[in-house]
Design a protein around this ligand. Structure first.
Ligand code: NAD
Length: 499
């Protein structure tokens, strides 16, 4: 096997001579396409030293110069979008268009980072007391790290490092070991954009290197995106070591369909948000919630033929709406969850398990599946399936729909489809979810707002990218200053006040 996927440290690709190798698959053929070298804790510690040295100089570089690197990086991402998308699809399996969409949404957050001089201006209060000025400046933290999931191997890292770097930090990225290659392309492009060596580093690996990140005292902050149990673990261990941590977790996103909804719009939205990227999106809709049996019956009647005909294929098939899932284990887990739904009494209206993609018999493909009559006690409702499965929960009225969503332990995204502004407004006000779509099924905020769920979908108090990210990757310093004026006030022993 010649394709060994290694690290990126100090401005170069490096491949440690030792360390365990783990297979990386092409999900649409089921074949091994490469092997990722899992870093050891000592590799991480060495990399932190490189990053710490680079952070000193980079943090002192004028913000405008840092922004110029981001401008060039943005242009390079655009020029290389096709190559990046092809690499994503070859290890993730998503369609080429979907991968291009991921790159494009990533670029949005780089555009935000290009405005960093403005974002780091701080605040100034002249004459806060006689002859005294007070100002606050956000300063870089030093070395920060990001740990990312498989489902957006380029976009989620880009949610983190451009803003972290623009703020003046050095960054260590630990990508998913299931689709690691694209991060090395991103590293090459940053270097081409003029980023000094050591400011951006990639450490391939698994829990071993994650734990080394969480325990290294010279890493100040950790951004994590992945499943909820791991998010909770990262948050607990990272914060107990005194780090700032934002840990975004899993999801179970509901879509409420009101009786007055535009059904054409709702059906299109459900198809795209439920089955796009084979349901492997943290903002995928997984639970349609029709309000009233009339809406539910019509919805199921319209959805069944569409799901049955859902085109599935490898990334190079331009007709495919979705590709395979990430691994054989994931395929088996989704299949067994489908069976649990049947066994626990849900109605499986479309069963994707028998799907075969000609010429790709060993690929990790599964067709779209549609359940009706799901109840909250069933495993298919409780578990994040992370596959192309919609589990419909019927509700009698709007209040029941709101209660269902609010009682779910996750709170990433929710959508309401309605023509009733009053209902939509009430939903926005009362729903216990971080990101809400009104007739928008995947309400991922644009790059100049911030992204984050509530409840078990986010541990920590900062959302990711956008304005919140600037607070996360910097710390404020408040300066109170007085220059000699010639006025003598003598020693003051009381606590200083305005008078
Ligand atoms: P995952 O939690 O298995 O892995 C995420 C990262 O954590 C990877 O880099 C992995 O190497 C590392 N990791 C895995 N197990 C670990 C352990 N025991 N200890 C330490 N590190 C560990 O997630 P995944 O399967 O790669 O991605 C899918 C999950 O990510 C889904 O739950 C999805 O909802 C979630 N996700 C959430 C968001 C969001 O913004 N909230 C975005 C994308 C994905």
């Amino acid at each position: 096997m010649s394709n060994i996927i290694g690290n990126y440290v100090g401005g170069s690709r490096v491949n440690p001579a030792d360390g365990t190798l783990q297979d990386v698959f092409n999900p649409s053929t089921g074949e091994v396409s490469g092997q990722v070298r899992l870093s050891k804790a000592t590799d991480l510690d060495d990399t932190v030293k490189v990053a710490s040295a680079a952070a000193l100089e980079w943090g002192a570089t004028p913000a405008l110069k840092r922004a110029q690197v981001m401008f060039r990086f943005k242009r390079l991402l655009e020029e290389n979008a096709d190559k990046i998308a092809t690499t994503i699809s070859s290890e993730h399996g998503k369609t080429h268009e979907d991968a291009l969409g991921e790159v494009s949404r990533g670029i949005e957050t780089v555009e935000f980072a290009c405005g960093i001089p403005h974002l780091l201006k701080g605040t100034f209060s002249e004459q806060a007391a006689t002859s005294i000025d007070v100002y606050s400046v956000p300063q870089a933290l030093g070395v920060v790290a990001g740990i990312t999931p498989f489902n957006f191997p380029a976009m989620v890292p880009i949610w983190m490092f451009p803003n972290a770097i623009a703020c003046g930090n050095a960054f260590i990225l630990k990508p998913s070991e299931r689709d690691p290659s694209v991060t090395l392309i991103l590293a090459d492009l940053l270097k081409q954009a003029g980023l000094p060596d050591g400011v951006f580093n990639v450490m391939q690996g698994d829990k071993v290197v994650v734990d080394a990140i969480l325990d290294n005292p010279d890493i100040s902050a950790v951004s994590f995106v992945g499943s909820t149990p791991v998010a909770k673990y990262i948050y607990t261990r990272g914060t107990s070591n005194g780090k700032r941590v934002q840990a975004l977790g899993g999801a179970k996103n509901h879509m409420i369909i009101m009786p007055d909804a535009d059904m054409d719009q709702a059906v299109d939205a459900l198809m795209g948000a439920g089955y796009g990227s084979a349901g492997e999106r943290c903002m995928a809709v997984s639970v349609p919630v029709p309000v009233g049996d009339k809406v539910a019956d019509e919805l199921m009647e319209r959805m069944v033929p569409l799901v049955e005909k859902l085109p599935v294929g490898p990334p190079e098939d331009t007709n495919a709406a979705m590709g395979p899932v990430i691994t054989k284990q994931s395929l088996e887990r989704i299949s067994s969850l489908l069976q649990s739904g049947v066994d626990q009494g849900a109605k499986l209206l479309v069963d994707g398990r028998s799907l075969k993609v000609p010429g790709h018999e060993n690929g990790f493909f599964i067709g779209g599946s549609l359940f009706d009559q799901v109840t909250p006690e069933m495993d298919i409702y409780k578990e994040e399936i992370f596959g192309p499965v919609l589990s419909t929960v019927r509700t009698e009225n709007y209040e029941e729909a709101i209660k269902l969503v609010n009682e779910n332990p996750y709170g990433n995204g929710v959508a309401i489809f309605t023509r009733d502004g009053d209902a939509a407004r009430d939903c926005v006000n009362r729903i216990q979810v971080g990101m809400v779509g009104i007739n928008v099924p995947i309400p991922v905020p644009v790059g100049y707002h911030s992204f984050g769920g509530w409840k078990q979908s986010l541990y920590g108090s900062h959302h990711i990218y956008g304005p919140d990210t600037i607070h996360f990757y910097t710390r404020l310093k408040a300066i109170t200053s007085r220059w000699p004026t010639g006025i003598k006030s003598g020693a003051q022993f009381n606590f200083p006040t305005m008078s």
